[in-house]
Design a protein around this ligand. Structure first.
Ligand SMILES: Nc1ncnc2c1ncn2[C@@H]1O[C@H](COP(=O)(O)OP(=O)(O)OP(=O)(O)O)[C@@H](O)[C@H]1O
Length: 665
């Protein structure tokens, strides 16, 4: 017998409690060992549209739905008794008449009562963006025959619901077409080809040759993206570029997923040395964890996954030997000493920023260069005479560092740029909006002109660590090689649309390019986010604790899938002990970058906490104030968009001014 497991089985399994999941795994094992085992109580589903659906008993309440036919079995779904029967009664498994792919097709009538009824009165007046499409086109997208009319009738309001009931390739095509893109037709099998060999079939059903494979399949979550990319994602995975390219898009649109697949593709199809990187170690670790889902074991060894600062320091060490990095306190001290030795009165923070963001970042080596340099990343204007005077301070500090054998992190990157032998051919950079000037300059100098040399994934709306600067000045020209993703896979429609209110509809990059953030769709619905304002911190903690307990108890959210985020790391221990829920993680918002959870609670959103008052007070002028306001706003956007299904935000009155933006448009 050939045993298979469907992606729908995983989705359903994930919704059960850990205890139930354990029992399901045992029953799946029993079934694969002996499908006729009496304890499984195999039972044909009576009223099913497809006569080959059976149920197997896991415990008093839970049933697995199994499709069983002529030497083949498929674990299709699992859940509570009534839901399992309903699932099986309303589906059939068949090969698509045009593409040949095997699909699990939902009976169209089941959604009529839910969707058509809900929208029918309105639908008559609303535009139907797909109404002009003929059967042939819709079939070529893999739309099941009896869904064709329903798809032609979608409106902006129903498209999400309808797509959620279609096989993935059909849903992807419908969502693309609804936002004005041209879907790529599905693969068509040759006449007589085995439908189980169709690429779309293989994406949703896995063959399980033995019990070890079943064990591995049940233990490792099967990320859908590992198998089914959106055509817009696929394009940026496959395309060859004759210079640096970039995928952008708001949070959760699958930019990281594209970078992972592209890294695997380049390693598989070329002899290039591939680097998959990002701006810090934690995010690099998470890339390394995900990569095995898309790259074969043989290819994995050919992809280096390392954070840029770690890589740069390693390469520098290998080439130039040990160096000592100057710490911030010493550097500030050197700058201040040099300024007073020159008799220059200057604000110490300004001096430090000028060194860090201009002189050191851009590797300015001469007075002339400093005078001529555009004020990259700095909005403060400065007279030439003032620059000349300051230059003497920077030169003195530079000499002092040289004599002491000390370097800055930026200098390590500059040294490597000059040495000119960066040991990679293809570099993919995730969370690129937070990469430093020196790192980007090194990448630009090494691979900026090489086909497929540099590929960036990022979102300027999530820039929280670095001041903006024009990439072209770092040798990165993206003209015509940047595209944005529009389908959000992570966050429910309700959470995404509310979080989007934090950012303007158009963001402008330091190069002057505009990025529109409109036209994004989420692929699923969920409960509205909860916003609460409290009188005291005690009230807030107790409200938050009951919200968390409800999520754990009623929504089956495992504690590992829930995170409480706060603005300041120093508040973490206090919130942890006040909440007294040992399994629930509390972390600073910055640490949640790149992560995702089923439920997120953002607490202590008080006035003075976000935006962080100490940063606001340290700002020296309007420009710096703007920058602080922007990065703090981005930080809240990052935190809110970590949530898949449930989001809570709370503070003690008066709450953060961003609260008002979230609530009112
Ligand atoms: N084609 C797809 N099918 C199903 N799920 C997908 C697809 N693409 C991405 N996802 C899922 O969407 C979520 C977000 O993906 P990813 O982390 O790549 O987004 P991102 O754009 O990098 O987000 P962020 O900017 O917030 O870091 C992940 O859970 C990922 O598994």
């Amino acid at each position: 017998m050939t045993h298979r497991i469907a992606d729908t089985f995983y989705d359903a399994l994930a919704k059960l409690t850990p205890q139930e999941q354990k029992q399901v795994k045992t029953s799946a094992f029993d079934f694969q060992m002996d499908p006729s085992l009496p304890g499984l109580g195999m039972h044909r589903v009576d009223r099913a549209r497809d006569p080959d659906f059976w149920t197997a008993r896991v415990n008093r309440d839970i049933r697995m739905v199994i499709h069983k036919k002529a030497g083949q079995s498929l674990l299709a779904w699992v859940g509570h008794h009534d839901a399992a029967y309903r699932w099986a009664e309303t589906r059939r498994i068949e090969s698509h008449p045009r593409t040949g792919a095997i699909q699990i097709v939902e009976a169209r009538e089941t959604i009529e009562e839910v969707i058509v009824q809900r929208y029918v009165e309105k639908a008559v007046e609303l535009p139907r963006p797909l109404s002009h499409l003929d059967d042939d086109t819709l079939l070529s997208w893999g739309i099941p025959t009896d869904w064709i009319d329903t798809v032609r009738d979608v409106t902006d309001e129903t498209v999400l619901d309808i797509a959620g009931h279609l096989p993935t390739e059909a849903a992807n095509a419908v969502l693309s077409a609804a936002v004005g893109e041209t879907p790529i037709p599905a693969t068509i099998s040759e006449n007589g080809a085995d439908p189980w060999e169709h690429p779309d079939t293989k994406r949703r059903f896995r063959v399980l040759d033995n019990l070890e494979e079943l064990q591995a399949a049940l233990d490792a979550p099967w990320e859908k993206w590992a198998v089914f990319l959106h055509p817009a994602q696929q394009e940026y995975v496959d395309r060859n570029f004759n210079g640096p390219a970039r995928v952008i898009g708001s949070a959760g649109t699958g930019k990281t997923v594209v970078a992972l697949h592209r890294a695997a593709r380049l390693a598989e199809n070329t002899n290039g040395r591939v680097l998959l990187t990002t701006f810090n170690r934690k995010l690099a670790d998470s890339l390394a964890q995900k990569l095995p889902q898309v790259a074969s074991a043989g290819t994995l060894g050919r992809i280096t996954v390392e954070a840029l600062p770690v890589l740069i320091s390693r390469l520098h060490q290998e080439r130039f030997g040990d160096v000592e990095i100057v710490d911030e306190t010493s550097l500030r001290h050197f700058l201040e000493e040099a300024a007073s030795a020159q008799g220059i009165a200057v604000d110490p923070d300004f001096l430090f920023d000028e060194w860090t963001l201009v002189v050191d970042a851009w590797d300015v080596a001469t007075k002339g260069a400093y005078r001529e340099l555009p004020r990259l990343g700095r909005k403060v204007r400065m007279a030439a005479s003032r620059r000349d005077a300051l230059w003497e301070v920077f030169r003195a500090v530079s000499d002092r560092l040289n004599h002491a054998g000390l370097k800055t992190e930026a200098q390590l990157a500059h040294d490597l740029s000059k040495a000119g032998d960066f040991p990679f051919d293809n570099v993919l950079i995730d969370e690129a909006q937070d990469v430093s000037v020196a790192e980007l300059k090194l990448l630009g100098a090494s691979l900026g002109g090489r086909p497929n040399g540099l590929f960036f994934a990022g979102d300027i709306g999530q820039r929280i660590f670095r001041a903006p600067f024009p990439w072209s000045a770092a040798g990165i020209e993206l003209r015509g090689r940047s595209r944005s993703l529009k389908v959000n896979y992570r966050t429910s429609h309700q959470i995404r649309s509310q979080s989007d209110r934090l950012l303007p509809e158009t963001l402008i990059e330091a190069d002057g390019n505009e990025e529109s953030r409109t036209g994004i769709t989420s692929i699923f619905d969920g409960p509205a986010p909860t916003f609460r304002e409290f009188r005291t911190i005690q009230d807030e903690i107790s409200g938050l604790r009951s919200w968390i307990q409800d999520r754990l108890a009623y929504d089956n959210v495992p504690a590992t899938e829930l995170a409480v985020l706060v603005r300041h790391a120093s508040d973490v221990p206090g919130v942890e002990s006040a909440l007294d829920l040992p399994k629930v993680q509390v972390l600073p918002m910055h640490d949640a970058k790149g992560a995702e959870y089923r439920a997120v609670a953002i607490a202590m959103l008080n006035d003075g906490v976000l935006p962080d008052e100490s940063r606001l007070l340290a700002a020296k002028d309007e420009a710096q104030l703007d920058e602080v306001m922007n990065t703090e706003r981005h930080l809240l956007y990052v935190a809110a968009t970590r949530a898949r299904d449930h989001l809570w935000m709370s503070g003690v009155a008066p709450t953060s001014e961003y609260f008002a933006d979230l609530l009112v448009r």
